[in-house]
Design a protein around this ligand. Structure first.
Ligand SMILES: CC(C)(COP(=O)(O)OP(=O)(O)OC[C@H]1O[C@@H](n2cnc3c(N)ncnc32)[C@H](O)[C@@H]1OP(=O)(O)O)[C@@H](O)C(=O)NCCC(=O)NCCS
Length: 155
């Protein structure tokens, strides 16, 4: 990563990004201490590349190298006539943090929201999530106080 302030190119993920994406994805899963099966990761990557899937991914590239990604799902919403965009996963490699890449990824999505006519862009985070993530998110919106409940499939 160049040491000078650099503007990252934010763009949709392409087939050639697979190796970089998988490396970042592993870092993201490690951050959440989650072990996803290859089947899940393979399917997620496949859907990212599938134009008919609601899953999309943007990457941040500097000098030809990918340093971060955002995975999103665009979906219908009963409170809106337009679809909404859920930012599901956001990750920047540790060595490239604090240089504006996370912010550039969310800004790109905010612009896409306007261009695509999504009613909103939203995401969730753990209340105790690190200062970096909350510090970034607070620049875009105020947390709205919703609490998440999850009912899992019995195993
Ligand atoms: C959250 C994350 C994506 C931020 O990416 P980043 O590229 O480092 O963020 P940026 O450099 O764009 O930072 C933007 C803002 O965040 C805040 N911020 C960044 N690092 C910070 C830190 N260490 N402490 C406090 N605030 C911080 C600042 O307000 C900064 O704005 P400023 O540059 O105007 O001061 C990155 O830290 C990350 O991948 N973390 C691990 C995974 C994660 O937490 N994902 C989100 C899960 S919900």
């Amino acid at each position: 990563m160049p040491t000078l302030p650099t503007t990252a190119l934010i763009r949709a993920a392409l087939p050639a990004d697979e190796t970089a994406w998988r490396q970042l994805w592993r870092g993201y899963c490690d951050f959440y201490k989650v072990k996803l099966s290859d089947e899940v990761s393979n399917r997620t990557w496949k859907r990212i590349l599938d134009p008919d899937s609601a899953v999309m991914c943007i990457v941040a590239e500097v000098d030809g190298q990918v340093y971060g990604f955002a995975n999103c799902v665009v979906h219908e919403n009963t409170w809106e006539t337009q679809p909404v965009c859920y930012l599901e996963d956001l990750f920047v490699i540790p060595s490239a943090r604090g240089k504006g890449i996370g912010k550039a990824l969310i800004e790109w999505l905010r612009n896409a929201m306007r261009a695509e006519g999504w009613a909103r862009l939203y995401w969730m985070t753990r209340e105790e999530n690190n200062e970096a993530a909350r510090g970034l998110y607070d620049q875009f919106a105020q947390a709205d106080g919703f609490v998440r409940y999850v009912v899992r499939q019995p195993r």
